[in-house]
Design a protein around this ligand. Structure first.
Ligand SMILES: [Zn+2]
Length: 246
């Protein structure tokens, strides 16, 4: 468990690099990590997840520039997500879920910061979902394909009705998520995403943090709802069917 947490911290550190570079179209491998302020390459001590941020009090050792809060947050979040997945999935299932949510964390933060979901990342998830469906299927192909069509269809409809309120990146991502979850779990995921998204959207509008025309990235809600479904989807659906008497 502690091993999974520590590995999660280091993978979170790599996800930070992906979040910063993928929207710029840069390689996630080269060049080595450097301070965006002074360009100095980071030493091994400065690359320790969370620890170096705390030791340096969130400042660059070279120029004293602020290090974004995003770095320790993503590292800790990845570690916690990995530990939760480790408690829920065993064997190869854990590694598949860990990879999937590694990519999803990158999507979450890129959409939050830039309001885009890069095609490259959706493509990675699509190829991954297809490979998993071939080698480690958890549902029939029909369930997966209907899920993809349903998710893409609903969001395409929303994009047309809202005239661009829902972006092309959201449509593509939900199509892949529908295929990944199958249509039953997809319905639960979309319900949760709209519920939480509506709630937080209302709070942001009421508190004046956002104006109606600002638009709010929807990708983070899709990622959050997906994680809840992966972790607790089955008990949630069982509970729903019990109380609704279906
Ligand atoms: Zn610096």
């Amino acid at each position: 468990m502690i091993m999974v947490f520590i590995v999660g911290l280091f993978i979170g550190s790599f996800l930070n690099v992906c979040i910063g570079r993928i929207p710029e179209g840069e390689s996630v491998v080269f060049p080595r990590s450097h301070c965006p302020g002074c360009g100095r390459c980071l030493t091994a001590v400065e690359l320790l997840p969370v620890v170096s941020f705390i030791m340096q009090r969130g400042k660059c050792r070279g120029c004293g520039g602020e290090v974004s809060w995003r770095y320790p947050v993503v590292e800790l979040l990845t570690a916690v997500v990995f530990v939760l997945l480790f408690g829920r999935f065993t064997g190869v299932g854990f590694y598949l879920q860990a990879f999937f949510y590694g990519v999803m964390i990158v999507i979450f933060f890129i959409d939050l910061e830039k309001q885009i979901i890069p095609n490259r990342l959706v493509l990675v998830l699509l190829v991954f979902a297809l490979v998993v469906q071939v080698f480690w299927p958890v549902q029939p192909w029909g369930t997966a394909l209907i899920g993809g069509l349903l998710g893409g269809g609903v969001f395409l409809g929303l994009a047309l009705v809202s005239r661009g309120g829902m972006g092309g990146g959201d449509i593509k991502l939900v199509t892949v998520l529908g295929f990944w979850f199958g249509w039953v779990q997809l319905l639960l995921m979309m319900f949760l995403a709209f519920f939480v998204g509506g709630l937080i959207g209302s709070v942001l509008l009421l508190t004046g943090l956002k104006k109606r025309k600002d638009g709010i990235a929807f990708g983070p809600f899709l990622v959050l709802a997906s994680f809840v479904v992966s972790m607790w989807g089955k008990p949630l659906l069982d509970w729903y069917f019990r109380i609704s008497g279906l």
